[in-house]
Design a protein. Structure first.
Length: 320
């Protein structure tokens, strides 16, 4: 992809910023374009933003999107812009506009000029409650507005890909963790608290998630773009570890890594998604299609996360 014009939306977010860093570090920065909003917090990419082409664009505004796409004419698009993935992001109108309308605007504008790969970021929230590992052909039954909006985005991408024979794939991400993750998320909260020897409170210690290290997630995005010509139109792929892990298990592994001595306090009200007993990806399809399999197990990913956060904890000052 080094010679292609690449566009990343959501480049100031967790996943998008890590994709951007990988590409910049690999020397692709001269042809990288990013969309940011006028009020975007650029703390994740502040040190590299001057290496790429920046476009201030609101994805929910069709004219802005079309104008920027006509100038860039991106060949590879990593669509990572989302809203609603954090418990604090509750504006339902914004959830629908960002995740669905934003995707429609971006895809329609991009179609006018053609592209070699459009990688849409989906979510495990599209599945809803399941009693077994989640498969791409399962009946989707989301339990919140965010899941509904992401599902609509996925299906719009799939329909467009099949109808117009366009190279579009959706990666349904489970629970990525790692570098530059938001401080309010479980793993950064646990690590920063342990490194600073602070009290830890867990609202749902036995909630399960399929945690997948960010390096593996980036690999899935890059490999999807590079091998998209080998995939069927409208392909949807799970990106997870294939295991579900309880919150208390994550705590115990991190306690072993950091040497934290205190026990957590159980305090809080579980969300609906915290009551689910099974939340893990079936990753057979992505393995078959891309040859992708996670390189990091939970402990090795957490070790790298602790090492990175220990060196970069200053980035989280005021956010912890």
């Amino acid at each position: 992809m080094g010679e292609m014009r690449i566009l990343i939306t959501g480049s100031t977010g967790f996943v998008g910023s890590n994709i951007l860093r990988r590409l910049v570090n690999e020397g692709n920065d001269k042809k990288i374009h990013i969309f940011i909003r006028s009020n975007s917090n650029i703390w994740r990419i502040k040190d590299i933003i001057d290496k790429v082409s920046v476009h201030v664009v609101d994805l929910t505004k069709k004219d802005e999107v079309e104008s920027s796409i006509s100038n860039i004419k991106p060949e590879v698009i990593f669509h990572c812009a989302i809203y609603g993935g954090y418990p604090s992001q509750t504006d339902q109108d914004q959830i629908i506009k960002t995740n669905f309308i934003g995707t429609v605007n971006l895809l329609e504008a991009s179609m006018k000029y053609g592209f070699k790969a459009f990688i849409n970021s989906g979510s495990s929230s599209e599945y809803g409650i399941k009693s077994q590992p989640m498969e791409e052909n399962d009946f989707p039954d989301p339990i919140n507005v965010y899941g509904v909006a992401k599902l609509a985005s996925t299906y719009y991408c799939r329909m467009t890909s099949i109808k117009y024979k366009l190279p579009i794939v959706t990666l349904r991400l489970f629970s990525p963790y790692g570098y530059y993750e938001g401080s309010g998320r479980l793993i950064p909260y646990l690590i920063t608290s342990m490194l600073q020897n602070k009290e830890i409170k867990l609202g749902s210690p036995y909630a399960v998630r399929d945690f997948i290290f960010i390096e593996d997630v980036i690999d899935a995005f890059i490999q999807s773009a590079e091998k998209i010509g080998k995939m069927e139109f409208g392909t949807i792929l799970n990106v997870g570890s294939g295991l579900d892990t309880k919150v208390i298990q994550v705590f115990n592994v991190l306690r072993e890594i950091t040497g934290y001595l205190s026990d957590p306090k159980f305090d809080g009200v579980p969300r609906d998604s915290d009551k689910i007993e099974v939340w893990r990806a079936n990753i057979n399809k992505i393995n078959d299609v891309l040859g992708w399999t996670p390189k990091y197990d939970l402990k090795s990913g957490l070790v790298k996360s602790v090492e990175w956060l220990n060196k970069n904890i200053y980035l989280y000052e005021g956010r912890i």
